[in-house]
Design a protein around this ligand. Structure first.
Ligand code: DX5
Ligand code: ZN
Length: 217
């Protein structure tokens, strides 16, 4: 089954408890938490205080996507708030190795994300030391954007490179941005293990049914 990570960015922020209960009961695998700081991206979203309130409401894996200029500063606050994995952007850091080790020192999973135009070669030195690659299929910052078609080839490239290195089971590929029921199969066939979806789920008339359908892609 496809792993689905609903992004609560498109949920009703006045009732996040309802949104996460829906994710949990419909069989979602992860809860994707989009953290934006108003610097790395223009938008401002969820901080550790919010995550801390969500943590006791669910057993779901909390997949924290840091779209921030100084990810190192937020690792400890998000870990303490209950994050299960921390994903940072390669474009935001000068020493990824150091940040990977720092996140691991808290016994948490580590992901690295790449924006749509970032050279994938930048990721290669770190394939052996991370749990997840988060491929952005829109420019980060806002939910509800259109999937960038070139992303499919980027997923394929990462997938085949991981296979060549014998790391395909160890490193998961997560794809984030513009994922709908109409393109989910294509993205999965390209090599995605986890699909992030925000607006496709939370703007739907029946979000529960949409999560179920994503799982059966
Ligand atoms: C974009 C975020 C995404 C976004 C996905 O910067 O990282 O997780 O919420 O939303 P949709 O599925 O609406 O593109
Ligand atoms: Zn995200």
């Amino acid at each position: 089954m496809t792993k689905i990570a609903p992004s609560i960015l498109s949920a009703d922020f006045s009732n996040l408890e309802k949104a996460i209960a829906l994710c949990q009961s419909s069989g979602a695998d992860y809860l994707h938490i989009d953290v934006m700081d108003g610097h790395f991206v223009p938008n401002l979203t969820i901080g550790p205080v919010v995550l801390k309130s969500l943590r006791p409401k669910t057993d779901l894996f909390l997949d924290v996507h840091l779209m921030v200029a100084n990810p190192g500063d937020l690792v400890e606050p998000f870990v303490k708030a209950g994050a299960d994995s921390i994903t940072f952007h390669i474009e935001a850091v000068t020493n990824p190795e150091k940040l990977i080790e720092y996140i691991k020192s808290f016994d948490k999973q580590v992901g690295i994300s790449v924006k749509p135009k970032t050279d994938l070669a930048l990721l290669e030195p770190f394939y052996g030391s991370i749990d997840l690659i988060l491929v952005m299929s829109v420019e980060p910052g806002f939910g509800g954007q259109k999937y960038i078609p070139e992303s499919t080839n980027r997923i394929k490239q990462i997938d085949s490179h991981l296979k060549e290195l014998g790391l395909r089971k160890q490193v998961l590929i997560e794809v984030d941005g513009g994922i709908k029921l109409t393109n989910a199969k294509m993205v999965k066939d390209a090599g995605a293990d986890i699909l992030v979806a925000g607006s496709a789920i939370f703007n739907a008339a029946d979000p529960y049914a949409v999560i179920e359908q994503f799982k059966n892609v």
